[in-house]
Design a binder for this molecule. Structure first.
Ligand code: HEC
Length: 305
């Protein structure tokens, strides 16, 4: 193999292994990590250097030979390569045609104005392809028509079901991916307990342990300044209240999952009676996305109030 083939082949094998072993997301590793690019450039330079050294050593050794040995070596180098030989003979075997010298064996005995016909064998590549397609057909028939294997629609269905499961699994492991658009009310006891702890450490100073309110508004009533429901509450916690009111943006110090936990916890104050409730501030909040039935009962509640 000449060196202009050898160098790129070795280089791309190494680059492939590097790319395969380094987890670089959807970008190639050498773009994401400049060190990788540097490493690959070094590898390329080293391979070229090795090639250059080996060929010059070869050259020196060659010059040191006497004339007879030189001639022997050159004639050896000009022998056709084994690989090319093998490809050639396999190709001829697959064609299965007789050499012209043996054609008299297979010539048919008719003759139309000098046009004669050879009784060639079918070429082996064709025959084997034919057998393979027969075997394929039998397996295909058995699988899809006898044993009712999944067709493409069913495959799509089951892929979609699997994808849903995968997404759920992913969400479970990536809780911190939530923001105020995707957050949902957490009901898990562990999450609520964590939320309570976060509330007691960070929020009681202004909202009181029972949510009755102090510097911050009452969290137990239906009135919300910045909107109720998990999404609005999460947004308030994460982005903070109105300027100058004292409610900071907690996304600086709490993780998304922690904000979801504390938001879910404080929504449990709804409807409870705190020791010293602060007067209601803001508007009564009605969940527009709630099922129709619920909206009606809430509207009735408002009338009663
Ligand atoms: C320094 C006092 C202070 C602390 C600490 C504080 N808040 Fe507040 N909070 C406020 C004030 C003041 C408001 C009203 C903001 C406004 O009017 O824009 C508020 C508003 C809110 C609201 C919106 C209430 C509504 O009616 O819309 C929520 C929810 C809330 N806080 C949750 C929290 C949580 C959770 C914590 C702890 C992680 C916390 N707060 C910590 C002062 C505080």
């Amino acid at each position: 193999m000449p060196s202009w083939i050898r160098v790129p082949v070795i280089f791309f094998i190494i680059a492939g292994i590097v790319e395969y072993t380094i987890d670089s997301g959807d970008q190639p590793a050498f773009i994401k990590e400049p060190m990788v690019l540097l490493f690959l450039v070094l590898v390329l330079l080293i391979i070229i250097a090795i090639e250059a050294i080996v060929s010059s050593v070869d050259n020196i050794l060659f010059q040191s030979l006497d004339e007879k040995a030189k001639a022997k070596l050159t004639s050896k180098q000009h022998e056709p390569s084994k690989i090319l030989n093998w490809i050639n003979t396999t190709y001829l075997k697959l064609l299965g045609s007789k050499p012209i010298e043996e054609e008299h064996d297979i010539i048919l005995d008719h003759n139309y104005d000098g046009i004669k016909e050879l009784d060639n064998n079918l070429p082996p590549w064709w025959i084997y392809g034919f057998y393979a397609s027969i075997i394929f057909a039998v397996i295909y028939l058995a699988r899809f028509h006898v044993f009712n294997g999944e067709n493409q629609y069913e495959e799509l269905e089951s892929d979609l079901v699997q994808a849903k499961i995968d997404i759920e699994e992913y969400k479970k492991n990536a809780k911190d991916l939530v923001d105020f658009n995707t957050v949902e009310l957490l009901t898990d006891a562990g999450d609520l307990k964590a939320g309570q702890q976060l509330f007691e450490v960070n929020c009681v100073a202004c909202h009181k342990a029972d949510g009755g309110g102090g510097i911050g508004p009452n969290l137990t009533d239906k009135n919300w300044i910045l909107g109720g429901g998990i999404k609005n509450v999460f947004k308030t916690i994460s982005e903070g209240g109105r300027d100058g009111k004292g409610m900071i943006a907690w996304k600086q110090s709490l993780k998304p999952n922690e904000m979801a936990q504390v938001a879910s916890y404080l929504l449990q104050f709804q409807g409870t009676t705190p020791a010293e409730p602060k007067a209601a501030e803001g508007d009564i909040w009605v969940d527009e996305n709630a099922p129709v039935e619920k909206v009606v009962t809430e509207a009735e509640d408002i009338k009663e109030d």
